[in-house]
Design a protein around this ligand. Structure first.
Ligand code: AMP
Length: 226
C-alpha cells in the first residue's frame, strides 16, 4: 500500500501517519522530519534548507524530491509507505508518479485531512516534539506523563521554531497556494478521500481505516495464505 497524506500544518498528518505505519508495517516517510534531522546533524543539505524552513517557505522541488527518492532506496520502503508532507506541489506529485511508474508502482490512495483554520492555530501553538524519536505531544490533548520528557524514549521535548504564530500564517498561506491544487490532482486520478480531521485521534484514524479498505496487514496476510 502506498499512501499520501495531505492536509494543512496541524491537521494531524504526523500523528495519523505514525499510527498507520506502525499498524500496517508501512514505512513512515515525513519530509519535515527528514529535513529537521539534517538540520540537527548540520549536514550540507541541512544548511541549504534552513532559511526556507525558518520562514515557513517550501524547500525547492528538486532538492525535496531527490531526498524522498533516496529514502525509498533504503530498507523498509519497498513494501509500502505513508508519505507525510510530500508531495506538496504539483511538480513533486508528478515526479513521484513518474518515479513510481518506472518501478511499476503507483500511489494507491491520497487522504486529505481537513481541519478548520482556528483549530490548526490552537494545535500548532501547543505542540511539542521529541528530539529523539519525533513522537508528537500536545499540551492540552496529548500531554506527556512528565513535562518536557518523551514517554516513548525519554528524549527531550521541544517546540518547533516554525510553529510560532507569524510563521504559521505563512505556512498556511503556502499550503493553500502550493499544496491545495494536489486535491484536484489526486481527485482526477480517482484516488482522493476527504477525512474530517476535526475530531479525536481515534475518530480520525477510524475514517482513514475505512477509506483505505480496512487493515492492510490483514490483506497482505490473506495474499500469503493463498
Ligand atoms: P513539516 O514538518 O511537514 O511541517 O515541514 C516543515 C518544513 O519543511 C516546511 O515548512 C518546509 O519548509 C519543509 N518541507 C517539508 N516537506 C516539504 C516538501 N514536500 N516540499 C518542500 N518543503 C518541504
Amino acid at each position: 500500500m502506498r499512501i499520501v497524506l495531505l492536509g494543512p500544518p496541524g491537521a494531524g498528518k504526523g500523528t495519523q501517519a505514525a499510527l498507520l505505519a506502525r499498524r500496517d508495517g508501512l514505512a513512515h516517510v515525513a519530509t519535515g522530519d527528514l529535513f529537521r534531522a539534517h538540520l540537527d546533524r548540520g549536514t550540507e543539505l541541512g544548511k541549504q534548507v534552513k532559511s526556507y524552513m525558518d520562514r515557513g517557505a517550501l524547500v525547492p522541488d528538486g532538492v525535496t524530491t531527490r531526498m524522498v527518492l533516496e529514502r525509498f532506496e533504503e530498507p523498509g520502503a519497498q513494501d509500502g509507505f505513508v508519505l507525510d508532507g510530500f508531495p506538496r506541489t504539483i511538480p513533486q506529485a508528478e515526479a513521484l508518479d513518474a518515479a513510481l511508474a518506472d518501478a511499476g508502482q503507483a500511489i494507491d490512495r491520497a487522504l486529505l485531512i481537513e481541519v478548520e483554520r482556528e483549530e490548526l492555530g490552537r494545535r500548532l501553538a501547543g505542540r511539542w516534539i521529541c528530539r529523539g524519536c519525533q513522537t508528537l505531544y500536545h499540551e492540552r490533548s496529548a500531554p506527556p506523563a512528565k513535562a518536557g520528557i518523551c514517554d516513548a524514549c525519554g528524549g527531550e521535548l521541544y517546540q518547533r521554531g516554525d510553529d510560532k504564530p507569524e510563521v504559521v500564517s505563512v505556512r498556511l498561506e503556502t499550503y493553500e497556494k502550493e499544496t491545495g491544487p494536489l486535491a484536484g490532482y489526486y481527485e482526477r486520478q480517482g484516488k482522493l478521500a476527504r477525512i474530517d480531521g476535526g475530531g479525536a485521534v481515534e475518530a480520525v484514524a477510524k475514517q482513514i481505516t475505512s477509506s483505505i479498505g480496512g487493515r492492510v496487514a490483514v490483506a497482505a496476510a490473506d495474499v500469503t495464505v493463498e
